[in-house]
Design a protein around this ligand. Structure first.
Ligand SMILES: Nc1ncnc2c1ncn2[C@@H]1O[C@H](COP(=O)(O)OP(=O)(O)OP(=O)(O)O)[C@@H](O)[C@H]1O
Length: 350
């Protein structure tokens, strides 16, 4: 059975629909990342699950039980905020012990569990420090320890890595993942960072305007985005407009080309996605489908590859990846011949 089931959640703020008939299941011990643009409803979703907001309709079920009437502190889950929300006047140990104290957990057990939680986040020796004497990364660990000390079955994390610099962010991401495995709790983590979402999650859920547009394992969502929004949002795929040609292909005027996909192209195909790294440069023009040509407008070095912006024959601007091992990228202004495999063309339904 799902640990958490959201059924038809609707939440409005005045005229704004923050959650729009949202359904989502989370399995026990699953690491789910929530991705979406600013204002897509990610935080609202967490706040409704935590009980800080009430949905107008729909249900929040925990192991099948509707928890609408359960107050936030009595829900078997915890939420960690981006700001960490540590109590400034309490020591590290005091911050972590706070929830246990409120629940009248006896002193000896409290001490044992605080020590256990601080060991989990590798903060032994910091028990008596006050928050103002901690680095950003250390504060983040205190907040995590505080969230984990009550051994919740579900932990909600709102941009937990947002305040960390890039290096610390990656390392802490891996630590979060290890922590999640160790505790067996399910994690729902909001992030703006698509690479982080893909790297850490068992499953990625993409929200757009309060709706769940796609959920699945990171690789599946990356390779087979369902809509224009998901394709553009994850990895910056080229979204190619056009129409089905009625013979299994997709006419794309912007490329002056016909696209052929392995997946079926039918009347429901609204556009096609093509990832920059799946497009290759050819020494000479290729006849037939899945080939085009254009002029290089920009070349951007990115470390392990370069990104070319190529103005295709039909006017579309294509993002094309050029791997370092393929030598120097073609210069601006040069004409290039492009080709890709049918497996790289993903028909989109919306
Ligand atoms: N308390 C509130 N009062 C009024 N409008 C709100 C409130 N909370 C959220 N909203 C609106 O609801 C929508 C969803 O907000 P939410 O914070 O859930 O988005 P988000 O995806 O978490 O965004 P971000 O990535 O920018 O944090 C937004 O349009 C926001 O302005």
């Amino acid at each position: 059975m799902a640990l958490l089931s959201l059924r038809g959640l609707v939440k409005r703020f005045g005229d704004t629909v923050a959650l729009d008939h949202l359904d989502l299941d989370v399995a026990p011990g699953e690491f789910l990342t929530l991705l979406g643009g600013s204002g897509s409803g990610k935080s609202t979703l967490l706040r409704v699950v935590a009980g800080f907001e009430t949905a107008e309709s729909g249900a929040v079920l925990l192991e099948g039980r509707d928890i609408a009437a359960v107050p936030p502190h009595a829900r078997p889950l915890n939420m960690m905020f981006q700001s960490y929300a540590l109590f400034p006047h309490l020591s590290v140990a005091g911050n972590v012990a706070y929830g246990l104290k409120r629940d009248d957990v006896p002193r000896a057990e409290r001490d044992r569990r605080v020590a256990e939680a601080l060991a989990l986040v590798r903060l032994q020796g910091f028990e008596r420090r006050l928050p103002y004497r901690l680095s950003g990364g250390q504060k983040q660990r205190v907040a995590l320890a505080r969230a984990l000390v009550k051994r919740p079955r579900l932990l909600l994390l709102d941009e937990p890595l947002g305040a960390l610099d890039a290096n610390l962010r990656e390392r802490t991401g891996f630590e979060l993942r290890a922590l999640q495995r160790e505790t067996g709790a399910a994690f729902i983590m909001v992030t703006h960072d698509q690479n982080e979402a893909l790297a850490l999650a068992d499953r990625v859920a993409v929200l757009e305007a309060g709706r769940l547009v796609q959920a699945g394992p990171p690789r599946a969502v990356y390779e087979r985005p369902a809509t224009r929004f998901v394709a553009g949002f994850l990895g910056g795929a080229n979204v190619l407009e056009g129409q089905p040609d009625g013979a299994g292909g997709f006419d794309c005027p912007g490329l002056a080309a016909t696209l052929r996909a392995e997946a079926p192209v039918d009347r429901g195909t609204a556009a096609c996605a093509l990832r920059p790294e799946r497009i290759t440069l050819r020494p000479s023009p290729l006849a037939g489908a899945n080939a085009s040509q254009g002029v290089v407008e920009e070349v951007a070095f990115r470390g392990d590859d370069s990104l070319l912006l190529v103005r295709a024959a039909g006017g579309a601007l294509l993002r094309v990846g050029h791997a370092e091992e393929d030598g120097a990228p073609p210069p601006r202004g040069s004409t290039v011949h492009l080709a890709w495999e049918a497996a790289a063309v993903v028909p989109l339904r919306g």
